[in-house]
Design a protein around this ligand. Structure first.
Ligand SMILES: Cc1cc2nc3c(=O)[nH]c(=O)nc-3n(C[C@H](O)[C@H](O)[C@H](O)COP(=O)(O)OP(=O)(O)OC[C@H]3O[C@@H](n4cnc5c(N)ncnc54)[C@H](O)[C@@H]3O)c2cc1C
Length: 399
């Protein structure tokens, strides 16, 4: 039966809990807020060991090269593109699946603003999946649900982080022609406990009910995206960029990620999914026409099934074919795990005793430097010189 000796060995996909025929493997939260499997009823366990056999980390597949296709993509529906993290490629795939009578799984907020995987069966419901949530999503029992639909012959699209897609494939243990999988290039996934600390802080500071949070709102444009919090009636309560929002700063400082993210087994170019999607901030290197600061998705297609779907959705996209080599060149997050922040252990230890406000103010204070950087970034974004200034800055740092 599954036993996690070292936490680095578990990505938290939940494949084991989904697969257990006796329902005795459960995902339980540890003191850092991440889910790990435990066998909660030894009498019920029939020692079939399926839980170990479906673990994508324990049964790591060798990466084999195959033919791929690469594209830069922008959804033609500007509202969809605006609501999406990048160019809205995911929604285009998902719309096609729904129109074929299929069902789509992805990460969304529940009514407590917890990030969980759920299904959507109509076009309107796809909205909840748009925009990346930089928190580990709880897949719950969605692998089982997806399997049920697949067996019924319905078209299913399942999206998630690379470990969640590898987990689903390991759980299913066979190929389905009616399954389309989409993974993202993933920096790392932060702790749901730290997310709750952030929510607690924001609720206290704003003093209003939070209805929605967007990690990657295009408030100041795509290249300088912002955390935006809205209240009832879509009233805007808060907007801060990557330089000053404390959750985004925590995310990019690698202080609160899942232990397995620091040694991720799924950072690679040749993947088990049909599509890999990620950002394209350097769109000017590929096309001047597409460089409109409204968002572009890089799409890497791994299978003929993926290519067939792409042919069907082309009419709703502006796109440019790019060689997979050029598309993936220099994409660190695709190949390299993040480095653990040396303050990680202390951060989690403090999270046990400090309030959300105390924790974030101690580790990510709003110093003069932060205020100045924010002022400069907002000024550059508003005057339309953000991208050019960033390039100049990068060139100086490189020297
Ligand atoms: C945790 C995380 C880290 C990422 N890191 C990077 C990175 O380092 N570099 C980069 O270029 N791109 C990264 N991305 C991908 C990027 O943010 C966009 O998702 C991608 O560019 C697709 O944009 P889109 O406009 O086509 O889709 P969108 O409309 O933004 O669709 C979002 C998709 O992401 C899924 N999703 C959202 N949140 C989660 C979550 N918490 N867990 C699992 N799935 C989720 C949804 O189900 C949906 O399929 C990351 C995404 C996530 C979720």
């Amino acid at each position: 039966m599954i036993k996690i000796v070292d936490k680095v060995e578990c990505c938290g996909c939940g494949s084991c809990a989904n697969a257990c025929p006796s329902r005795c493997v459960k995902m339980k939260e540890d003191e850092e807020g991440f889910l790990y499997p435990i066998v909660d009823d030894f009498d019920k366990c029939i020692r079939c060991n399926i839980c170990s056999k479906v673990c994508p980390v324990k049964n790591l597949k060798k990466e084999e090269p195959f033919v791929q296709k690469g594209y830069l993509v922008q959804h033609c529906d500007e509202q969809i593109r605006k609501e999406s993290t990048a160019g809205g490629a995911f929604t285009a795939i998902a719309q096609y699946v729904i129109e074929c009578g299929g069902i789509v799984f992805g990460a969304a907020y529940d009514d407590q603003l917890q990030v969980v995987h759920m299904a959507a069966e109509d076009i309107e419901s796809l909205k909840k999946f748009r925009n990346s949530k930089y928190v580990q999503s709880n897949t719950k029992y969605t692998y089982r649900e997806a399997e049920q639909y697949l067996k019924e012959g319905r078209l299913v699209c399942y999206s998630g982080t690379p470990c969640q897609i590898e987990g689903l494939k390991a759980y299913l243990r066979r190929e389905y022609d009616n399954l389309i999988t989409v993974d993202v290039v993933c920096h790392a996934v932060p702790s749901p406990l730290i997310w709750n600390k952030y929510l607690e802080m924001q609720k206290e500071k704003l003093g209003k009910k939070i209805a929605n949070i967007r990690f990657r709102d295009k408030y100041y444009g795509y290249k300088y995206s912002a955390m935006v919090i809205t209240g009832e009636n879509n009233q805007e309560l808060y907007a801060r960029g990557v330089d000053s929002d404390q959750m985004l700063r925590a995310f990019f400082s690698n202080i609160c990620d899942r232990p397995s993210c620091y040694n991720c087994s799924f950072k690679k170019r040749y993947r088990v999914s049909d599509f890999t999607i990620w950002d394209c901030f350097t769109v000017y290197n590929f096309s001047k026409e597409l460089d409109d600061d409204k968002g572009t998705t890089r799409v890497l297609i791994h299978s003929s099934k993926g290519q067939e779907v792409f042919e069907k959705i082309k009419s709703r996209l502006r796109y440019l074919e790019v060689s997979p080599e050029k598309l993936t060149d220099g994409v660190k997050e695709m190949f390299q795990s993040v480095d653990m922040n040396p303050k990680r252990q202390q951060f989690f230890s403090d999270a046990k005793t400090k309030s959300g406000k105390e924790l974030f103010e101690e580790y990510f204070p709003c110093s003069m430097k932060v205020v100045a950087e924010r002022f400069i970034r907002v000024f550059c974004a508003k005057t339309g010189i953000y991208s050019a200034m960033k390039r100049v800055y990068k060139a100086i740092v490189k020297k």
